[in-house]
Design a protein. Structure first.
Length: 396
């Protein structure tokens, strides 16, 4: 059989064209017993006329621009009419990861001009209802101008974004600013308190001590017990823990707002934290703008506090305010040379290169060498001063 005959035989064996068959009818809706349970939303109101501990909650809004500086947020996202959304998540595990669920999301909303804090706690009754649970949370957060959290940039928000993506939902917008209170709180209270957990800050800085609060490490196990059939009332301590976290964040924001005020009684430590933040991030234009308005008070305060004096002197130098920087370094070299040894060299640099006064710089260099020679741990400074003295002697 040649090739042509083989082909004709194969064509005879080709199956007949398929007949169009009607599609099977759509399945009946699942009975109520198979539908995911309704997501619970518990709402409560807290009046801003009250206090949490010793801090009036009314100071939380509006957020001061100095707090944006301290937190490293761009100032172009700030306004005095931001709608704030506080968030705090309770989860099935503290390590995060794709197997970790958020089962309770606490949200608190603070609108400018409003006299109350609105709290909403969304509860996931079982994992099958997660999509609706996340959809409602995302819609709430998307309507806010600024998200406020405590360590949320590292844990709550990345986990929320992961769960949204895994459920086929659009993640939160990348351009939405997030004020994580942990970072400015650490800058201010770490040197004073050491531990900067939210509960320690509440106790030591805000003046509020929780009574019988559920430890955070026990929260996942409480939810697992509920899923295994424990009574719903056993989760009440978790709801209360979450509610206190939200109110504690509001009080912490209010306290930081007061600390960052540049128009009221000046807190020199808070000002030093603010200026060190600007110095570290190189935000010199923002410093120049603030310096024009507050220079007299700042320089007066800097002469009473060594840490503030050193920070302000360095910022003035980098921002091009050479004379102001020289004045501050001179004050430190006279009154606090041991605590600010860098001030000795800064004074000499200015006198040699900007004043062009080598005899003055040489005289001060001799004085500084005698002073530094009495410091047993600063032999390196003495060597640098000796090198500078030889160069100055050649100029004279």
């Amino acid at each position: 059989m040649d090739r042509k005959e083989k082909l004709q035989q194969l064509l005879k064996l080709r199956p007949a064209a398929r007949m169009e068959t009607a599609r099977p009818p759509a399945p009946d809706p699942a009975p109520d017993s198979e539908r995911p349970p309704e997501v619970e939303c518990r709402e409560s109101i807290m009046e801003l006329s009250g206090c949490h501990g010793e801090v009036p909650l009314s100071a939380a809004c509006p957020v001061r621009p100095q707090l944006f500086h301290l937190a490293g947020l761009p100032l172009d996202s700030w306004s005095d009419s931001l709608r704030l959304a506080f968030l705090d998540a309770e989860t099935t595990g503290l390590a995060g990861g794709t197997g970790t669920y958020i089962f309770l999301m606490g949200l608190a909303f603070l609108d400018p001009g409003r006299s109350r804090l609105t709290l909403r706690q969304y509860f996931l009754p079982e994992p099958s209802a997660e999509e609706d649970f996340l959809r409602r949370i995302r819609a709430e957060l998307a309507e806010s101008d600024l998200l406020v959290c405590f360590n949320g940039k590292s844990y709550d928000l990345p986990l929320l974004q992961t769960r949204l993506v895994m459920n086929g939902l659009e993640p939160l917008g990348a351009g939405q600013p997030v004020l994580d209170l942990l970072f400015p709180a650490r800058r201010y209270w770490k040197p004073l308190l050491g531990s900067c957990t939210l509960q320690n800050l509440e106790r030591e800085a805000i003046g509020f001590a929780r009574r019988g609060d559920l430890p955070g490490a026990l929260v996942p196990e409480m939810y697992f017990r509920y899923l295994r059939g424990a009574d719903r009332a056993t989760l009440e301590p978790v709801f209360e823990h979450n509610r206190l976290d939200l109110i504690g964040m509001g009080a912490l924001l209010a306290l930081l707002n007061r600390k960052m005020s540049l128009d009221e009684a000046l807190d020199s430590h808070a000002l030093d934290c603010l200026l060190r933040s600007l110095l570290t991030r190189g935000r010199l234009e923002e410093f120049r703008h603030l310096h024009r308005s507050h220079a007299p008070r700042w320089h007066q305060e800097a002469r009473r506090h060594i840490g503030l004096g050193r920070t302000l002197a360095l910022l003035c130098k980098r921002a091009g305010f050479r004379q102001e920087s020289y004045d501050l370094f001179t004050h430190l070299s006279i009154h606090r040379p041991r605590q600010a040894p860098e001030s000795l060299e800064e004074v000499l640099i200015y006198e040699e290169h900007y004043l062009k006064d080598a005899p003055l710089a040489l005289r001060h260099c001799d004085e500084f060498m005698m002073l530094a020679a009495s410091w047993p741990d600063r032999a390196d400074l003495v060597q640098r001063l000796q090198y500078r003295r030889r160069r100055l002697s050649g100029k004279v």
